[in-house]
Write a new protein. Structure first.
Length: 447
């Protein structure tokens, strides 16, 4: 008799397929040969699949013939069907079988992890373990009726996209958990300060991990507190806070403690290391500063291939786990100019060392100075260069370096603006974004 423990689910699936061969096509999209941990069950499933893919009918007689046609296989197939009186519950058993197979593989990897002799082995096995625990299986289908039902259900109430703390950006960047967003910028453009402000804003409702490969956590904390408390960063750096400034920090402390944001020094970590840590700490959003400093999984390939591999790992971290990943990236000036005082509007192709980043990202933001020749006084331009779910465009930000604080910079309105046509609704682009054919950098007044 077949043992009635972990084999029961495997037996039920095979028995159902032998009783109802019409279920085989759908079953091949839900289970795989490696899901059968028992060798004989695996051989039966392989025979069923082979017959079906060759265009035959995988009934018990054909399966027996494929397996060799002897009396032992005949008895085994009859036993499978006797232990499965109905095929009605096949999909419940298929799910149970997949879970049992996955846990067997987890136990195997855990044993290998305990026996690992090097940190590289540990890293590889940990990445495999995390991938196994988060993988999604099966082919997802939707017919037209299901599509309409899903549409009405999903859109019967407003969808809440993730917000960034800047209204104009929120109205254009429709980001969801599972997206990969890249924030690129030239050195000293303020991309770290902007990313930290995004992370702090989102930490009001989400668990956020900020992985810094360049700046230690104490310096990040100083920048963040300067922003939140309105205390000049120079005073913090010199340890010269006045009594009033200490009061400002104290007044902000209660709000700071309500945010679920963790600052992590990640020097020497790879994308897979970050995935393991993020899953272990259940972060819903992950910031990485910055992508090019992540350790590659292989040093035997060129730099472009290394960065491409890092980009794909970050995409898998986002898409495979439902985590928003915001990866900061350097921009390369290449040979466009040697005069850093001249404005060079960056493009996605300027993302340093790999075009794969451009392909993998769901959205790409590019941050640069409006007036590079006046870095201390220049506004920043935040360009939405790629936006799968919305419109592209630019918005201007005033940056206060002393407080590490960004705020929108708006165009000065005349005292008596011309009347607008009646019964005409302004588009989002007219309200918030500069039309591409006009001068993108008009004279403005910060507010």
């Amino acid at each position: 008799m077949v043992a009635q423990d972990k084999l029961s689910a495997q037996v039920a699936v095979l028995g159902s397929l032998l009783i109802e061969p019409d279920l085989v096509g759908e079953a091949l999209g839900k289970v795989r040969e490696e899901d059968f941990t028992d060798p004989r069950c695996r051989m039966v499933f392989a025979a069923i699949r082979a017959i079906f893919t060759e265009g035959g009918t995988p009934d018990p007689q054909h399966v027996r013939d494929r397996l060799g046609g002897d009396g032992e296989w005949t008895q085994y197939l009859l036993e499978l069907m006797e232990l499965t009186p109905t095929a009605a519950n096949i999909w419940a058993y298929a799910g149970l079988m997949r879970e049992q197979a996955r846990m067997a593989r987890v136990q195997e990897l855990a044993g290998a992890l305990l026996a690992a002799g090097t940190s590289d082995e540990v890293r590889t096995l940990t990445a495999q373990l995390n991938g196994l625990l988060t993988q999604r299986r099966g082919i997802q289908r939707m017919n037209m009726q299901e599509m309409l039902e899903s549409f009405f259900h999903r859109h019967s109430h407003p969808h809440r996209y993730l917000t960034w703390g800047i209204d104009k950006l929120d109205q254009r960047l429709y980001a969801d958990p599972g997206d990969l967003v890249v924030l690129g910028g030239y050195p000293s453009a303020g991309k770290t300060a902007l990313a930290v402000s995004f992370a702090y804003h989102q930490a009001a409702e989400h668990r956020v991990g900020f992985y810094s490969l360049e700046t230690n956590r104490y310096k990040l904390a100083d920048r963040l507190i300067a922003n939140l408390a309105g205390v000049e960063l120079s005073a913090i750096k010199h340890g010269a806070l006045s009594e009033k400034q200490w009061e400002q920090v104290a007044q902000e402390s209660k709000r700071i403690l309500q945010r679920d944001l963790t600052l992590i020094e990640a020097s020497g970590m790879s994308a897979r290391d970050i995935q393991a840590d993020a899953l272990a700490h259940r972060y819903e959003m992950v910031y990485i500063d910055y992508l090019q400093l992540l350790e590659p999984e292989s040093r035997r390939v060129n730099r472009t291939e290394q960065v491409s591999g890092i980009s794909r790992d970050l995409q898998r971290l986002a898409h495979g786990n439902g985590i928003l990943v915001v990866a900061l990236s350097q921009l390369s000036r290449q040979e466009k100019t040697r005069d850093e005082s001249k404005l060079i509007e960056p493009t996605m192709s300027d993302l340093r060392e790999s075009g794969q980043i451009e392909q993998d990202a769901d959205a790409i933001l590019l941050l640069y100075l409006e007036e590079p020749g006046r870095p201390d006084r220049s506004r920043r331009v935040l360009k939405v260069a790629k936006n799968k779910e919305g419109e592209r465009g630019k918005l201007l930000l005033a940056f206060d370096g002393a407080l590490q604080r960004f705020r929108p910079s708006v165009i000065e309105q005349s005292a008596q603006p011309p009347p607008k046509p009646k019964n005409r609704q302004m588009s989002f682009a007219e309200r918030f974004w500069e039309p591409p054919e006009e001068d993108p950098f008009p004279e403005t007044q910060e507010v």
